[in-house]
Design a protein around this ligand. Structure first.
Ligand SMILES: [Zn+2]
Length: 534
């Protein structure tokens, strides 16, 4: 018997390209009835990792609170990993599998408000990452000394690619213990704080005391050496710890001086680092990097830029180590404030790409930051909307990075008050502290900080791929102007230079006119619009 309603969603993008989603997409991407009735409270992931065989095995204990009566629970694990058995109170449970989703029939009655747990035993050869972190899975590499150098990454694909869990972003576990048995002589670094090491089995126990999203959980095994410092931050003394390959210690000590600089700039803009209890870590990995919560992974070759490149083409991108700044920026936007559905991923990437400019602004000034943001515009394709289709685990356009950052920059121009803008960014991190959110909640929060209704603004920039065109003409000493290429009801204040003076106008889709002082006007380039003189 199937316990689930089967949907196949057919969705059409606004560009008219139709895309078909499968039942598996729905099982992965929606809050199914078999997920909705229970609230995650605790995981104990306990595994051993064998790099020689590229094999993992172990258990995940899943503790939950019963919200509604139900006897069937969905847990996710992707083949070729295999579930060996699932137990509750020591008794074997039966389950039916449908691809990555496994439906467990619980023996004992699940009473509302009660806390229960199941233990999932599993093993196998997990999917190997080819281009980590983009395709995800396990990276089985060797360091220059021939020692195993192993790491996981799984955003998008899902944590169920390497461990069994409730693989949907809406429900973050409240705390988690991660126990990893590593080969002798090597160390495992995961999220949170190291609680203890079982010397005999070489098992590392890491405890995360804050809510954590699934893709944030990670295993990193290598011939690590450690150094660290304490940072005197907004919420007190923060432990900042660094784990790098033995041969890279000196390079790391130099390059990671940017970590406390990052912390100072981001606490200024966003408020206290959200995970003091769990510390902050940078952990070297054999791929570029990822925003793993409280254990940000690093593989940028100890150089500035993005693998040595400046994404903005302005020179400012070479003033900082892209992976330290960007991935750590995600501690506020991704790990503190987390999307419920990957369709809203711009909330992670738009704000975090924007955070790069705030780092620049903090150390080099506002003009430098603006140059950086205008520089990254050349990477925008406007191919499809930033927001993707919901409930099928699909992200929107890759423009969520560069365009996302420029939407925020434009919104800041409209607000026209730097201190208020900083208070808004800090306010977001307070209002949605350790929460999962929808883009609508973020849009409403921003909208509430300014006068007027900016729903059409977000509708235009997030849900269409079209950039507003500010069209104007000059006739007989008169300026006529309007917006085209926009949705009905779109309007936006715009700052223009006229005869050496700054003037605010509010174009709509209808022509408006105004007497012109001077010969021509100049639209403030900080607004992300196209300008067309007709
Ligand atoms: Zn990112």
């Amino acid at each position: 018997m199937k316990n689930i309603v089967i949907y196949v969603a057919f969705l059409t993008y606004s560009l008219g390209i139709s895309q078909t989603f499968t039942e598996q997409d729905t099982l992965r991407g929606s809050i199914t009835p078999e997920r909705a009735w229970w609230d995650l409270t605790y995981y104990h992931l306990d595994i051993s990792v064998d790099p020689d065989k590229k094999f993992i095995s172990g258990t995940n204990t899943i503790r939950y609170k019963v919200l509604d009566k139900n006897q069937v629970l969905q847990v996710d694990l992707q083949p070729p990993l295999v579930i060996e058995k699932i137990t509750q109170d020591g008794k074997n449970l039966s389950f039916e599998s449908n691809g990555n989703a496994h439906f467990v029939t619980l023996g004992k009655t699940q009473n509302v408000e009660e806390f229960n747990e199941i233990v999932v035993h599993y093993s196998g050869h997990p999917k190997e990452a080819v281009r980590a972190p983009w395709d995800g899975g396990f990276s089985w590499k060797k360091d220059d000394n021939g020692k195993d150098f192993v790491a996981t990454s799984c955003q998008g694909l899902g944590a169920s690619v390497w461990w069994p869990n409730k693989d949907h972003m809406y429900d973050e576990v409240d705390s988690m213990l991660i126990s990893v048995q590593a080969p002798k002589g090597l160390m495992n670094v995961s999220n949170g704080r190291l609680r203890k090491v079982d010397e005999e089995t070489n098992t590392y126990h890491w405890f995360v005391s804050s809510p954590i999203n699934n893709y944030g959980v990670n295993v990193n095994i290598g011939d690590y050496v450690h150094f660290g410092e304490t940072y005197d931050g907004e919420k007190g003394m923060l432990d900042m710890d660094y784990y790098v390959l033995r041969d890279n210690l000196e390079k790391a000590k130099e390059q990671f001086k940017q970590a406390p600089k990052m912390m100072e700039a981001f606490e200024h803009w966003f408020g206290p680092y959200p995970f003091y209890e769990d510390s902050f870590k940078l952990v070297e990995v054999p791929y570029l990097g990822m925003e793993h919560q409280s254990s940000v992974t690093y593989g940028n070759q100890y150089g500035n830029g993005y693998l040595g490149r400046d994404l903005s083409g302005t020179g400012w991108g070479l003033k900082f180590d892209y992976i330290i700044i960007h991935e750590a920026g995600h501690e506020w936007f991704a790990n503190n404030i987390t999307y419920k559905d990957i369709a809203d991923m711009w909330v992670h990437e738009g704000f975090t790409m924007y955070s790069e400019s705030l780092f620049i602004e903090y150390y080099y000034g506002k003009e430098a930051a603006a140059e950086y943001l205008l520089g990254i515009r050349k990477n925008i394709r406007n191919d499809r909307p930033l927001i993707g289709p919901y409930n099928v685990n699909k992200a929107g356009s890759g423009d969520m990075y560069n365009k996302g950052a420029n939407i925020l920059h434009t919104f800041r121009q409209i607000m026209d008050d730097d201190e208020k803008w900083r208070a808004t960014l800090r306010g977001l991190n307070e209002e949605f502290y350790h929460q999962t959110v929808t883009t609508k909640q973020i849009e409403k929060y921003l909208d509430d900080q300014v006068e007027g209704d900016f729903e059409p603004f977000f509708e235009q920039y997030l849900r269409t791929a079209n950039i507003p065109v500010f069209e104007y003409e000059i006739q007989n000493g008169k300026l006529k102007y309007r917006f085209t290429n926009v949705i009905d009801g779109f309007k936006m204040p715009l700052k223009v230079e006229m005869a050496g003076k700054t003037v605010w106008i509010t174009p709509t889709t209808a022509w408006q006119s105004k007497s012109l002082k001077g010969k021509d006007i100049q639209v403030d380039p900080n607004f992300y619009v196209n300008v067309k003189k007709v």
